[in-house]
Design a binder for this molecule. Structure first.
Ligand code: SAM
Length: 346
């Protein structure tokens, strides 16, 4: 903001002020099934028809649809009978439940869980820690006990986190040539979205999803097809239990959950288990070295404050952790998308 004109009408300020209203409109349209209905319908629908099919008030729905038009999540055609709404390409691709690139579950996790935690952002900054006690009345002593405070919450988390790999998975797994590594462990591999990308890109690889027992159970039951022989499972706690030998360990969005001492503990343990010549692949969103951006990563780092014990880091910070654990030949690859890749070798 440079000119006096900008200061007379601080548009950017209003935009920021309204940021959460925008999020909530998108979340609500998703939750009510607006985009799914319009995908299935033969043609554009009137507001009254949408309200009736989705069981909402006519007045509320009309305003929701018009706001979605303003956000370019819907298109509208004016006919003699009134306005008729249809999905845009963006909503068809990302906001409908059935699309292979659907972000529906991620949005629902934001709407139902992240949003509630962010209510306590000021407290999080004051306290310097996550806000599970205030937001959900659960102890935050064990981070994943708090995150998985019910089976339902754990499943929402798994669906929510998995969604992004249909958009960014191929870029991070293909950032380096991982074909020399055939025995791969995805530590904290969760629902297996990245493991699936990995076996599809590298035909000689097998990937073991190593995660907490209850996560592994759900991954097996709901996410990874039983006939997929190249994905196997290992139930364990990577801080307390042994980590088996492998050529490559993937740590995707793991280190950002933890403070430096826990990251060091985990990386040192991985280094010990790793075959000579093997490696570790970090998949994280990277801050600029001077921490001036990218904004998305700065926002996620705030989210780590409210929801976890870690933070987003710069390439130099990750490289320092890897080097201290004994990894060498550390290479950083920015993908141009949300998540980047760092490879360290033993
Ligand atoms: N790697 C996945 C991804 O990027 O979509 C999931 C990342 S999620 C932020 C962290 C994962 O680490 C969860 O699946 C969680 O269950 C797992 N995790 C947390 N603590 C763990 C522990 N002590 N041992 C094994 N897995 C753990």
């Amino acid at each position: 903001m440079s000119s006096t004109e900008d200061l007379d009408y601080p548009q950017i300020l209003f935009q920021y002020n309204n940021g959460f209203l925008v999020s909530k409109i998108m979340f609500t349209a998703c939750e009510l099934g607006v985009f799914d209905l319009l995908l299935e319908s033969e043609g554009p629908l009137s507001s009254d028809a949408i309200a009736e099919r989705l069981g909402t008030s006519a007045s509320g729905m009309e305003r929701l649809l018009d706001a979605c038009v303003g956000l370019k999540l819907l298109g509208v055609e004016m006919k003699s009978e009134g306005a008729f709404y249809r999905n845009t390409e963006l909503s068809n691709l990302y906001l409908t439940k059935s699309s292979p690139k659907s972000q529906y579950h991620n949005l629902m996790y934001y709407s139902k869980t992240v949003y509630l935690c962010w209510h306590y952002l000021t407290d999080a900054v004051r306290d310097g820690k996550n806000q599970y006690e205030r937001a959900f009345g659960v102890s935050s002593k064990d981070l994943f006990e708090a995150l998985y405070r019910s089976e339902e919450e754990m499943i929402k988390f798994m669906y929510g986190l998995n969604a992004i790999w249909s958009i960014c998975g191929r870029d991070v797994i293909g950032a380096f040539d991982l074909s020399p590594f055939t025995v791969i462990y995805d530590l904290g591999g969760c629902a297996g979205g990245l493991a699936q990308e990995c076996i599809s890109l590298y035909p000689n690889s097998t990937v073991t999803i190593y995660d907490l027992p209850k996560v592994v159970q759900v991954a097996k039951e709901r996410f990874v097809p039983a006939e997929e022989r190249r994905i196997t499972f290992h139930e364990g706690d990577f801080f307390k239990d042994p980590i088996p030998e492998a050529d490559l360990y993937i740590l995707a969005r793991i280190l950002h959950d933890w403070a430096d001492d826990k990251c060091m503990q985990l990386l040192a343990k991985i280094h010990k288990a790793c075959k000579p010549g093997g490696g570790v692949l970090l998949v994280e969103t990277l801050l600029n070295e001077d921490k001036t951006g990218p904004l998305e990563t700065q926002l996620y780092s705030m989210n780590m404050l409210v929801q976890a014990e870690g933070k987003e880091r710069t390439p130099a910070e990750y490289s320092k952790l890897l080097a201290a654990a004994g990894f060498r030949e550390i290479q950083v690859k920015k993908t141009g998308k949300l998540y980047d890749a760092i490879l360290g070798r033993k």
